[in-house]
Design a protein around this ligand. Sequence first.
Ligand code: SF4
Ligand code: SF4
Length: 188
Amino acid sequence: MRMHNETDLETILLGPILADRDCGDCTVCCTVLTVDTPDFKKPAETPCIHLGAHGCGIHAIRPHICRTWFCAWRRIARLPDEARPDRSGLLVSLNFVRAPQNCFEGVSINIRALAGNDAIENGMAATVLDSVCDQLVPVWFSDGAKKMLMHPENEIARLVITGDAAPSHLQDEVAAWRERYGVFAPNA
Ligand code: SF4
Ligand code: SF4
C-alpha cells in the first residue's frame, strides 16, 4: 500500500499525528483498505484476519504498516471528533496512484464514503470537505463505484490538465497547481 517515504509525505501534507486523538473503537482501516507490503497483505473491503471483536488480535506485534499508517482524522485537527471514520462513515486518507490518469491523481486526499453511511444527508461530508479543501492538495470523493475531483474546482482542474491559457483572475492559482503537480501528469 505505502512505502516509508510516503508516510513522511503524509506528515508533510496532512500534519503530524495529533497527541489527543486515538482510534478508540474504530477499526475501519483494518477492513476497508488494501494492504500490500512485503510483510503483510490484505484485500480491500475485507476484515483483516487478525481483526476480532476487541480490535486487533495481534496489537503488540502488528505489522509495520499498521504501526505507522494513520488516517487523516488522526492528523487534521480541523476534522471534528465526530468525523472519526466509524462515526462519520467517511475514511479520509492520502492516496498514492502509481499510474495516474491525470496530474491530480498521483498524490491526493481521498474521502471514501463507506457503505450505508448518511454523511451527505447529515452534513458531515460537507464539514469534512471544508476541512481538507483549503490547501494545494487535490481532494477526491469516492463511494466505491466512482470518484469525483472536489478540489481544485472544475475550471481550475480543466486549465491545469489541458494547459490552456488561464484568465487573469485564475492565473496564479492555475500556475501554483501546475508547478506542484505537473510532475504527476501522465506524459510528464
Ligand atoms: S480509520 Fe483512522 S481512526 Fe479508524 S482505526 Fe484507522 S487510523 Fe484509527
Ligand atoms: S494486523 Fe491488526 S492493525 Fe493491522 S490491519 Fe490487521 S487488525 Fe488492523
